[in-house]
Design a protein around this ligand. Structure first.
Ligand SMILES: Cc1cc2nc3c(=O)[nH]c(=O)nc-3n(C[C@H](O)[C@H](O)[C@H](O)COP(=O)(O)OP(=O)(O)OC[C@H]3O[C@@H](n4cnc5c(N)ncnc54)[C@H](O)[C@@H]3O)c2cc1C
Length: 289
């Protein structure tokens, strides 16, 4: 399998600046995230404190970022990363689309809004999953619930229906839902996941559903779930001033590392994280020589 020098998760200012800096340093990079960039960039009305762009709107900043990527020939792999597994001197990366390998990882995935549901973490890997594309084949002819936080997840529900005997779809948004025939759309909010050794029920505000698996498909996965063993500090990834985490070769930047939540702070940390990853790669190369 092709091995990248640096895998960057997130197309907000943190991940984008990390990608640009790493590319300037001639590293082989892969950048994961939405090709439309961060919603937190798109949705800002007026930004008054971004250096060099006074009075910019979110759309202006988005365009400036996309132009910069295009000028530097940096491509975005529009896939959601679901698991990053440290393998010693490299990382194995699972996404909604494929498996990848990289020598270092930079987490610029922003802050995950909201909390997990009771039972969700208990049953992770025992009926709870965050990636329908990865785990759908495990649910052939079984009963599954998909809790989708954005309309993008409707495609995941459709894919799941190719395998499962029964699919319930719980949209966590107000838009009209377009899923294939046979998928039951339920406008109730999940309350908890229950079971014995494995998931057995999804309890909602209106009812309880007997099932074999439940998929929580959020815009992002919490960092602790994304990278097993990652040290956290009050909900943020713990880093030092060089943006190193407790896992060698894994760096983090932007909102994910803590407040203040600001574009320029995120971009600045992305720059530091990339330079630290470059130094780490140099040390790795020297150690192997
Ligand atoms: C409405 C609004 C207005 C704001 N106005 C200002 C302002 O005026 N000035 C200012 O300085 N700050 C402002 N902010 C704050 C600013 O948006 C954030 O601090 C900044 O966007 C953080 O950048 P980031 O790169 O760390 O994370 P984000 O911008 O949140 O980007 C993270 C990206 O990672 C992606 N991602 C997450 N998980 C995964 C995964 N598992 N796989 C692949 N991709 C993933 C997300 O989809 C997202 O695109 C505003 C925020 C909002 C919401």
């Amino acid at each position: 399998m092709e091995r990248y020098d640096i895998a960057i998760v997130g197309t907000g200012p943190a991940g984008l600046e990390a990608a640009i800096t790493a590319k300037i340093r001639n590293k082989k990079i892969i950048l994961f995230g939405s090709a439309a960039l961060s919603e937190k960039v798109q949705k800002a009305h007026l930004i008054k404190n971004y250096l060099g762009l006074p009075e910019a709107g979110g759309a202006d900043l988005q365009k400036a970022f996309l132009d910069h990527l295009s000028q530097m020939e940096i491509a975005i792999t529009d896939e959601k990363v679901t698991l990053i597994y440290p393998m010693g001197d490299y990382f194995s990366i699972q996404s909604s689309g494929d498996m990848y390998e990289a020598s270092t990882v930079i987490l610029g995935a922003g802050m995950v809004p909201g909390k997990t549901y009771p039972g969700e973490e208990t049953y992770l890997g025992r009926g709870v999953s965050y990636c329908a594309t990865c785990d759908a084949p495990l649910y052939r002819e079984k009963t599954v619930a998909i809790v989708g936080f954005t309309p993008k997840e409707e495609a995941e529900a459709d894919f799941m229906a190719e395998y499962a005997g029964k699919v319930y779809y719980f949209p966590m948004y107000k838009d009209e839902v377009h899923v294939r025939e046979g998928i039951e759309v339920i406008r109730e909010k999940p309350v908890s996941v229950e079971g014995g050794m494995k998931v057995e029920k999804l309890i909602t505000t209106g009812s309880a559903y007997d099932l074999d698996g439940v998929f929580f498909l959020r815009e992002s996965v919490s960092p602790g779930q994304l990278v097993p063993g990652l040290e956290m500090d009050e909900g943020h990834v713990k880093v030092d001033r060089s943006m190193k985490t407790n896992i060698p070769g894994c760096f983090a930047c932007g909102d994910i590392t803590g407040q203040p939540y600001q574009y320029i702070k995120a971009a600045g940390e992305g720059n530091v994280a990339a330079l630290s990853a470059v130094s780490y790669l140099d040390a790795l190369r020297r150690a192997k020589a």
